[in-house]
Write a protein that binds this ligand. Structure first.
Ligand code: PA5
Length: 443
């Protein structure tokens, strides 16, 4: 088993016996289902409950889409988008589009914004490709993906006819409720179910994440295997000192209690940039409520040392930093000696780029600790499907524990409704007549 390691030695925190006990109790609540939001705990044992038959069914549908299309448009927002996007970016060659021969279909995303220019550019580019779509919405009523799907559905139907469109469109939604479910039934789309008890931001290991990833050629069985190993490594039978999720949750809560209100998640591997985005949703939506919660921010290093580095080193001291460190790169590139040495870099000759990256990481860690930025370090062995699966579950488990430690329901998101009400009122949606008048008077 490849191991994820957590190092809190430079966090400045010595966890009290009381905090450890509270974290153990919070972890137990995730198993017993006696905590807040207990109807949304389906993710806890999700990795160990996914059967080979379910993986095979997802892979079979992915194979059909792959055989039909070289561009698969994945439509969704929030938890119905970020998990697939995060893993896909982590697992993809960043320069894939520059290779003339494409092995895998290109998976792109829509419905995660309402930008006219974005959707127009996508529709134009799609004209050069054979297309298929995966439309994902748990509620089946979310405005952003619904708008994008209306356009993409019309394009697919216009090109291939209704019957073939039903072979090229797959819906991932609630088993019974919502407009998308009704539409999928009426149109005869194949449908995958998002379990009732798994919230959007915890749904990456359901077909929400697994189907687009399988289409893109990601080894989803390995992803689930990694998550399953982490499920075991963070169970209630594991002592606190051996449970990385419990230690991470306890440490960040201890830091929060000391006034560290912002956590910056960073990595020295740009492929993990969207893991940061997925993590921000996971923690932001789970903990930011009742006037409480650590604000999740992120950086990609070393790039952001040349932008955010100044603030981190010397700005307001309310930050702490969590670094996802990758032990081994997949590739090997060595810096060569140069006869002229005009850039003065011959002292690096013979070294791998990763060694320089590692020294940057260690040097920055010490500089930030010296600058009073507590530092936590999560090390994964490599960026591969198994390690990424373990990392995702590690964060999910820690998020549940952390939310309970904070004293909130980590599984609801009442605050996300406020903007929707205003938007519908401004757009004169039927049923919002009173709100329309009131809000327009305020503009
Ligand atoms: O975590 C969440 O619940 C949200 O971010 C949802 O995933 C997001 O709003 C999309 O919702 P839906 O899948 O219902 O379209």
């Amino acid at each position: 088993m490849k191991r994820l390691k957590l190092d809190i030695a430079k966090s400045g925190i010595a966890l009290s016996a009381e905090m450890k006990a509270r974290a153990q109790a919070a972890n137990a609540l995730l198993e017993s289902g006696e905590g807040a939001g207990n109807d949304f705990l389906g993710w806890v044992h999700l990795p160990s409950s996914i059967s080979d038959a379910e993986i095979a069914a997802i892979e079979a549908t992915a194979a059909r889409l792959r055989s039909k299309a070289d561009l698969v448009i994945c439509i969704g927002i929030g938890g119905s988008y970020l998990g697939a996007k995060a893993v896909l970016e982590a697992m993809s060659d960043p320069f894939k589009l520059l290779h003339r021969e494409q092995q895998e279909p290109t998976v792109v995303f829509a419905g995660q914004n309402i930008s006219e220019d974005y959707i127009h550019a996508l529709m134009e580019a799609s004209k050069e490709h054979s297309i298929a779509a995966i439309v994902i919405s748990k509620s089946g009523t979310t405005t952003e993906p619904a708008i994008a799907f209306r356009l993409i559905k019309a394009e697919i139907e216009a090109r291939y006819g209704k019957q073939e469109a039903a072979q090229r469109i797959v819906a991932v939604t609630d088993k019974a409720r919502g407009a998308l479910k009704t539409l999928a039934t009426n149109e005869g789309y194949e449908t995958f179910v998002i379990p009732d008890d798994v919230g959007g931001r915890f749904s990456v290991l359901t077909p929400v994440g697994l189907l687009p990833l399988a289409v893109a050629g990601v080894d989803i069985a390995a992803l689930v295997r990694g998550a399953r190993q982490m499920e075991q490594a963070t169970g209630t039978d594991i002592p606190f000192d051996e449970n990385p999720s419990a230690i991470y949750a306890a440490t960040r809560n201890a830091l929060y209690a000391e006034g560290r209100k912002i956590e910056i998640l960073g990595s020295y591997e740009p492929r993990l940039q969207y893991v940061n985005e997925w993590w921000k949703q996971l923690y932001g939506e789970s903990e930011g409520k009742q006037g409480k919660g650590i604000f999740p921010a992120s950086v990609t290093l070393t790039a952001d040392l040349h932008s955010m580095g100044q603030y981190i080193q010397q700005g307001e001291r309310t930050l702490f930093e969590t670094i996802i460190s990758v032990a081994e790169p997949v590739a090997k590139v060595v810096i060569e000696a140069d006869k002229e040495n005009l850039d003065g870099l011959n002292f690096l000759a013979g070294k791998r780029i990763s060694e320089v990256n590692r020294m940057a990481e260690l040097g920055v860690q010490l500089a930030h600790v010296d600058g009073d930025v507590p530092n936590l370090r999560i090390e994964i062995p490599q960026i591969d499907a198994e390690s990424v699966g373990a990392l995702l579950y590690f964060f999910e488990r820690a998020c549940g524990i952390s939310g309970y430690l904070l004293g909130v329901n980590p599984f609801d998101q009442p605050g996300v409704e406020a903007y929707k009400k205003n938007m519908f009122a401004l757009l004169d949606k039927p049923g919002y007549e009173e709100e329309s008048k009131a809000i327009k008077a305020r503009l």
